[in-house]
Design a protein around this ligand. Structure first.
Ligand code: CP
Length: 302
């Protein structure tokens, strides 16, 4: 099986076999195996037009562990502020020798715009409400490590589904690997359409009933035109993952969150910190091997 893409823009572009290949490669890197110098002589430029902690740092670590020269562009100090277009910025980065551009941008489709403008590899690190493919791969690997499989699991994704690129990528990936996915949240934060195999359940208790994993998402105020009409206390009571509510999930259920978490809003701090239940920091840690696998795959195809 060969990864047949020179860019990683979204889960929607990948076959089931390609997803499994990336997960298997990431597992090898997580176990200290895998090709160590896969990116020797390569130049990776991280261009993040939106804030990030986990994704940016783990892409930096991933590139460095594979032997690449890694540069992180200081977007606020860049010539983007002088009106340079995204495509011209990308061509400039490529002209300086980049073999890969890892990009985060507030506009959906921005990574595809850059991929069309350059010959080097482009990896989408989150584009608006579009996709966040490497986060979904992390989440899938975390689930596979905990449960030994993804097929047949029931996963509840809760909160701001409409604006979440993490939810979009996860719905595609998890259903593609045979999981049952339920989504829930306030009506104004539910999506108009969902992929086949995803159920929309407005009642959170119904959505998490007997679920194997409950994935919480923060409310993405930065992408909303209308303010959510609930107070923080009301939101937490109706849509937050409280310790009490979590008892409705399966007996061995896991708690997930891509981060950043808002304690006391979408999740009780005690659940986020529960080492027996919470996979949140395990998800963060898997960011490095998953991104190593993705960077190696797109470079290998070139
Ligand atoms: N999960 C995630 O994308 O986190 P960051 O915004 O910190 O990168």
């Amino acid at each position: 099986m060969v990864f047949a893409h020179s860019h990683l823009l979204g889960i929607a572009d990948l076959s089931r076999a390609e997803i499994v290949l990336l997960l298997d490669e990431a597992e090898r890197y997580a176990n200290g195996e895998g090709e160590p110098d896969a990116l020797a002589g390569c130049v990776q430029v991280n261009a993040f037009f939106e804030n990030s902690t986990r994704t940016l740092l783990s892409f930096e670590l991933a590139g460095k562990r594979l032997g690449a020269h890694v540069l992180t562009m200081a977007v606020a100090q860049s010539s983007v502020a002088k009106g340079e277009s995204l495509a011209d910025t990308a061509r400039t980065i490529e002209a300086l020798g980049a073999t890969a551009i890892v990009m985060r941008h507030p506009q959906s489709g921005a990574a595809a715009v850059v991929a069309a403008a350059v010959r080097c590899a482009v990896v989408n690190a989150g584009d608006g409400t579009g996709e966040h493919p490497t986060q979904a791969l992390i989440d899938a690997l975390a689930l596979r490590r905990r449960f030994g499989r993804i097929e047949g699991l029931t996963i509840a994704i809760c909160g701001d589904i409409r604006h979440s690129r993490v939810a979009k990528s996860n719905m595609l990936l998890l259903t593609g690997l045979g999981a049952r996915v339920r989504v829930t949240g306030p009506a104004m934060l539910l999506p108009a359409e969902v992929p086949d195999g995803v159920s929309v359940l407005p009642n959170m208790d119904e959505a998490i009933a007997d679920a194997d994993a409950v994935m919480m998402l923060r409310v993405q105020h930065e992408r909303m035109t209308d303010r959510i009409e609930l107070s923080v206390a009301d939101y937490h009571a109706r849509y937050g993952l409280t310790c009490e509510r979590f008892h409705g999930a399966a007996p061995e259920a896991a708690v997930m969150h891509p981060g950043p978490i808002n304690r006391g809003v979408e999740i009780d701090g005690a659940l986020a910190d529960d080492p027996a239940r919470s996979m949140i920091l395990a998800q963060v840690a898997l960011g490095v091997p998953v991104r190593m696998a993705c960077l190696a795959a797109v470079h290998k195809h070139r």
